[in-house]
Design a binder for this molecule. Structure first.
Ligand SMILES: Cc1cc2nc3c(=O)[nH]c(=O)nc-3n(C[C@H](O)[C@H](O)[C@H](O)COP(=O)(O)O)c2cc1C
Length: 305
């Protein structure tokens, strides 16, 4: 029996396998390159990038919980110009599609970022982060309201001709409504989910562990919430969905695909197992052979039928 087809197309983003990095968990790819080649991934989604460089929030920025990680990184990044000069030329040589995650404080900033990347051939897609829970201005304010989200996406759409993904927050009560508005405004795909707002208290200091108070929870604890989000959103939108949140094993990735995700992204698991993309690809391959699927598309949303 020939190997099943696991290549996936999201908008014009052609990936040899459906496993992407989740933004913020793989930097700009350099740190991990010697452990696991970039080429193992279907696409590399880089860190949240802003107009100006950002120092991020004061440390500690990460705290472990029994089944997840709370981060309050606050979009630490070198800014778009440095990313264009230093990171993109290196990333562009690897033969893996590059997706840049963008975060802005205003509509104008998102538009500026998208326009700067429109000029760069190395970038196949952008992912608009309108869901970061760790910054005070912008971002999640757009992602929490269907009208604002739709308006922002429509503006960016006018300024960016390649694949446009929009990353949504689960910290809302009307996710399908927001997803629908973003689809209608011209997004090519949705990324679900960003982290869930959470906190840990140090009982000795009698203070939150994170100086920012709260942060975003990721990892195994959020997988059921993420699956539910993918399930609900794919019931009402037609654009492809990239599912993420607590994917640590091939079985986790398969669950997301069966729930309706066309591709998956892995974040927190990279910190404990950088070799995870190859393992997930292998696991998906064997599952497809076992179930008699020839093309991964046949599996998408199979849990609904
Ligand atoms: C340390 C850290 C940094 C992150 N930074 C970003 C970011 O810059 N932009 C973004 O859209 N999501 C960011 N995220 C969210 C992840 O991309 C992902 O949506 C979330 O962690 C759920 O996936 P996981 O459970 O596999 O980690 C970050 C997550 C972590 C743990």
């Amino acid at each position: 029996m020939p190997d099943p087809v696991i290549s996936v197309k999201i908008g014009d983003l052609q990936m040899k396998n459906p496993v992407m990095t989740a933004s913020g968990c793989y930097g700009y790819g350099e740190e991990y390159q010697d452990i696991v080649p970039l080429e193992a991934w279907g696409a590399v989604v880089v860190k949240g990038t802003t107009c100006a460089p950002r120092e991020g929030n004061p440390p500690p920025r990460l705290v472990e919980t029994p089944s997840g990680l709370i981060n309050s990184v606050g979009l630490h990044n070198p800014g778009i110009e440095t990313v264009i000069e230093r990171e993109l030329p290196r990333l562009g040589e690897k033969g893996v599609p590059v997706v840049v995650n963008l975060a802005g404080e205003s509509e104008e900033e998102y538009i500026y970022l998208a326009r700067r990347l429109e000029e760069r051939a190395e970038v196949e897609a952008v992912e608009l982060n309108i869901s970061c829970p760790n910054v005070k201005k912008g971002g999640i304010a757009f992602g929490s309201d269907a009208v604002s989200a739709g308006k922002l996406v429509a503006k960016v759409r006018e300024n960016f001709s390649r694949t446009l993904l929009v990353k949504l927050t689960p910290n809302v009560g009307n996710l399908p409504e927001i997803a629908g508005a973003v689809e209608k405004a011209g997004a090519d795909a949705l990324s679900l989910i960003n982290t869930l707002r959470a906190m840990v208290i140090d009982i000795h200091a009698q203070k939150p562990v994170l100086p920012a108070g709260t942060g975003g929870l990721s990892g195994p604890a959020i997988k059921p919430v993420a699956l539910r989000a993918v399930w609900e959103v794919t019931a009402s939108v037609n654009v492809p969905v990239v599912g993420m949140g607590g994917i640590f094993t091939p079985e986790d990735a398969i669950e997301f695909i069966l729930a309706g995700a066309n591709a998956v992204a892995v974040g927190s698991a990279i910190f404990v197992n950088p070799r995870i993309p190859a393992e997930i690809v292998e696991g998906i391959n064997s599952y497809m052979k076992q179930k008699g699927y020839e093309n991964i598309g046949e599996m998408v949303g199979a849990a609904r039928q």
